[in-house]
Design a protein around this ligand. Structure first.
Ligand code: ADP
Length: 213
């Protein structure tokens, strides 16, 4: 099921809808802002470092005048995704919505950092496909589960241990290893600055940074 992004309880329903082009367009917006819109998609287990590294990249970009926005999986569950839980279907829908919102932000010309476990390959692939310009960087924070458990920044693994949380990714819910990651960073061996630097370098190489840093 996870290999087929088209197979969804939320398959398209509406008919008689058409696409309306605005007056400006992505390139016009990018010219106005003096930057390129893109999506930096952080995937990895809870505690792998997604929020920490995204914040470091965001700070660095903002310091050089680049408009960024972090779409955090937990934050979006307070609003847009508040009706979703942690079943496989809800996780898929959570990521589908995050991917669509990220694509809109990128289309608006914003460097959009998405931090979400995003455990399924199909969801990550669909998020990439949603970005029409193709400016999408999948960053796999690849670190052993034991390291994440040791860090346990939110105390969630302890709750899992006590049986207070079920269906936790990496423990008793699957995490499909990324097949299409653009960057794989082991946060057990690379420190936060080195990870941020690798991401900024990858953006530079791909032309996502319009100006010299
Ligand atoms: P996630 O968002 O993936 O759940 P967090 O960023 O909330 O993970 O937590 C990662 C924890 O690991 C933080 O407490 C952070 O300080 C720590 N940490 C240690 N080394 C690194 C590293 N190299 N990269 C990212 N985080 C690290």
């Amino acid at each position: 099921m996870h290999d087929d992004p088209g197979h969804s309880a939320r398959a398209p329903k509406a008919e008689n809808i058409s696409w309306s082009d605005g007056a400006v367009g992505r390139e016009g917006r990018e010219r106005l802002l003096g930057q390129r819109g893109c999506v930096l998609w952080f995937t990895g287990l809870s505690g792998s470092g997604k929020s920490t590294i995204a914040a470091r990249v965001e700070a660095s970009l903002a310091a050089s005048g680049v408009h960024c926005y972090v779409l955090d999986g937990d934050n979006l569950r307070h609003g847009l995704n508040r009706d979703l839980g942690f079943t496989s279907e809800d996780r898929e829908e959570n990521i589908r919505r995050m991917g669509e919102v990220a694509a809109l932000f990128a289309d608006a010309g914003i460097v959009t950092l998405v931090t979400a476990i995003s455990p399924f390959e199909a969801g990550r692939r669909a998020a990439r496909a949603a970005v029409k310009s193709g400016a999408f960087l999948e960053i796999h924070l690849d670190v052993a589960l034991d390291v994440c458990k040791e860090r346990d920044p939110k105390g969630l693994y302890q709750k899992v241990e006590r049986g207070e949380i079920r269906g936790f990714t990496g423990v008793d819910s699957p995490y499909e290893q990324p097949q299409n990651a653009d960057l794989r960073l082991d946060t057990a061996t690379l420190d936060i600055d080195a990870c941020a630097e690798a991401i900024l370098d990858a953006m530079q190489v791909r032309g996502y940074l319009a100006r010299e840093r």
